[in-house]
Design a protein around this ligand. Structure first.
Ligand code: DGP
Length: 128
């Protein structure tokens, strides 16, 4: 089933300026802003401005220009945060939740960039 984009989701409202945001970086096709409920000392969300629900949706349907802009924006935010391991930073984690199993709360693609403390193992141990 193709993705249906809900333009009433909270990030669509942020993009339209209906809800305040703490902007880190804005480009032609992307927006980076601080997470309202940070899970690490530094926690930034990067979203495309286009109506994409998940990473796979974006990766398969976005234009080359959007993909390049979005990828470069994630890199630029890592640079601004000073977390690049190749530049003496202590590292970071990017993650993007998609769908029910991953507990995606907001149905607009967002990559989390988490940093500022040891982030532990990639996933919690399985409960089954
Ligand atoms: P996820 O579970 O991956 O869909 O994470 C959604 C994230 O969005 C979560 O870490 C909290 C954040 N969030 C939800 N509402 C808002 C909001 O209104 N403003 C900001 N800045 N972040 C929000």
């Amino acid at each position: 089933m193709p993705y249906a984009y809900d333009d009433q989701n909270i990030f669509a409202k942020i993009l339209r300026g209906e809800i305040p945001k703490d902007t880190v970086l804005e480009t032609e096709h992307s927006l980076a802003f601080r997470d309202i409920n940070p899970q690490a000392p530094a926690h930034v969300l990067v979203i495309p401005k286009g109506p994409y629900v998940t990473f796979d949706h974006f990766a398969l349907e976005a234009s080359v220009e959007e993909i390049v802009d979005y990828t470069r924006t994630i890199g630029a935010v890592c640079k601004m945060m000073g977390v690049q391991p190749g530049e003496g930073g202590a590292g970071y984690r990017t993650l993007s939740n998609a769908g029910d199993d991953a507990v995606q709360e907001v149905p607009h693609l967002h990559v989390h960039i988490l940093a500022g403390r040891p982030l532990g193992p990639m996933l919690l141990p399985a409960r089954n």
